[in-house]
Design a protein around this ligand. Sequence first.
Ligand SMILES: [Zn+2]
Length: 308
Amino acid sequence: MKNIKPREVPAELKLLRMLHPRMRMKPPDYQRYLNLEQGYAGELIMDAWLEDLSIDCLVINDVLLEQNRNLFQIDTLVIFQEKISVLDAKHNDGDFYIDGDKWKASSGTEIQDPLLQRKRSMTLLRKLLQSHRINIPIESFLVFTHPEFYLYNDSPQLPAVFPTQMPRFLKKMNSQTSRLGQKHEKIAEQLLALHKDENPRTRLPEYDYDGLKKGVVCSGCHSFMQYRRKTWFCSGCGMAEDNETVVMRSVAEYRLLFPDRKITTNAIYDWCGLSASTRNINRILAKNFYRIGHGIASYYSNRSKDQA
Ligand SMILES: [Zn+2]
């Protein structure tokens, strides 16, 4: 197995993780944030399972494709010799049942039908492959990743893999003959080239600098940290970090959340919620960023020195 596009934290989730400790999110935004966290957790579990794929195949994670102005997202795509398998992670927890063509939680609340979503992506993917003259059969599965998920009346025909079935599913995948060649490399290249980067900012909650809580957020548990004797401490998880690590992480957040604001010593000082001497921050910024201008009007380039 060769993973040619490893999974990263989705850009939108990255931003929401930064905003969440600093603002009060309204229910729809908060719900979206939780859904993204849940989806990502499921994808990571699926990735760990797929590590056991031992035969010749190419794995591409997180592709956003477009067919006829319709965007569709695929969690994982595996290219084998004779086929492409599309795997979609579902991290729902609790008891569910299928009522006619509707999926419902045990409370009776209808949830988004994962089969319908799967059908849509498959149709679009087939058309997209056809239009690029990529001729290879595709199959797709919903991969349920939560250990506490249960579906009552599922039929054996359901294109789904449940946690207890995963070992057998992988065994079956590993037992096929698969020898990849140039044709498969080319398919992978074409798919990677078709991948679109979505603008993560389109769905973010509204926020502005003044409205966000200032301070340094722990990278482990997202609590605010305290500065004592040149070290930052988190009372949430006990993490201790040195000043430079913390300042650089805070600058990275500041750059992502406010790409139009200038990086100045005072700005970063304020962002970190500090009230002592600015010397340390000045030194860290000067070490890591290019300085533009002199004196009180100077600021630091958005390009850090390690990007040069
Ligand atoms: Zn912490």
